[in-house]
Design a protein around this ligand. Sequence first.
Ligand code: URP
Ligand code: ZN
Ligand code: ZN
Length: 460
Amino acid sequence: MSILIKNGRIVTAEADYIADLYIEGEHISAIGQGLDYQADQVINASNKLVFPGGIDPHVHLDMPFMGTYSSDDYETGTRAALFGGTTMVIDFILQTQGDSLRNALNTWQQKSVGKAIGDYSYHMAVTDFNDAVAKEVVEMIEDEGITSFKTFMAYKGALMIDDGQMVQLMKVVKKHGGLVTVHATNGDMIDSLIAKHRSEGKLAPLYHYLSQPEITEAEASGRFTDMLFYTGCPGYIVHMTCEGALNAVRRATTRNQKVFVETCSQYLVLDASLYENDFEGAKWVMSPPLREKKDQTALWSGINQGLIQVVGTDHCPFMWDQKKMGEKDFSKIPNGHPAIEHRLELMFSEGVNSGKISLNKFVEVTSTNAAKIFGIYPRKGTISIGADADIVIFDPKHEHKISVDTHHMNVDYSAYEGWKLTGKCETVILRGHMAIQNEDCKLSPGFGQFIPRGKTSQTI
Ligand code: URP
Ligand code: ZN
Ligand code: ZN
């Protein structure tokens, strides 16, 4: 199978030029002007952008959480991701406290192998650290190609580890060339605020937001950063939402420390006023919650200042009936919102078109930096000879609307209903195979491959 893409505007994190792209088998085999190759398929990409497939390093597919499961599985989730130009996702394996990492890996392999349509990898969430788990961490890095270890500073009793465990984990991970990632919010402070609000009969979704003030995230981000400094371990803060947390990382740069930061598309484009709509606000109950306009400004600036390297989604969808588990008590609303399909188009329309970020920065934060940080560059995350042919052909002028009626995620509402966007993923190619064309998914479950990962690149 070969594909020739003619006259597209090729955009990577570093470059922007008009050229042809020739794909042979699963890889990019030539880039140049006026390429004169015979191909099985020729695509005219004049007036279109051609950029590397998106990598979303923060998704939760078929994840057991808060008494239920996220409603997209590997098939529906990776298909929806492809429609939105994301050709690879990194999902989170959750260790069950008291059980092994190996058993958790087996469980996630059963969810994904033979089901995924798009490519994927796993982060391993360490929820219970001890000597036996330390050995398994090494096995994950050396034998399984799983090099990032997720930790939670919140969700006590289910996922949270304490600071002593965190430091021990960091030491092992550093020694073996991995990366520690974190949900950085102060779990104890949040739990006490939740208890206070419940005891006062304050049970609406608004109190989810009021139970997680900015300081809970700023404090934990600073503490995590300090522990990284102490151990020398590379670290990455997931789903950062606010100015205070970003400033903790900014302060760390004054002692020459580098901490990687991810924000998510929702924190850049939505704000906490959505929690004022009574139970409707449950659509946006996620942790950390949406923040203020001033935080959006800080996050966009943080991207341009190079303090934030990645924009993910934290895609964790629940059907409306699942959200209704918390109708009488905000603390029982499953946390998370659907976004896997919209990240690239939101970032293009709200970021590039509005002049907040450049096209190169768009590619950097939606694809290239995740590939570098999570050890899959340059196989993924760029357009270069020899790289996997994961390509998006994007129409920058195409106007469209987001709706539950047209999205492909397995969830019965949209968190962006009626949003008008300019710019659409028109054709998506995964490892040289046509994935999305004419609004149709051409690939079947099982096409998606597990992508083993190497060490993080510290040169971003
Ligand atoms: O609300 C969220 N974010 N749900 C998924 C779990 C997590 O904390 O990332
Ligand atoms: Zn989280
Ligand atoms: Zn998450």
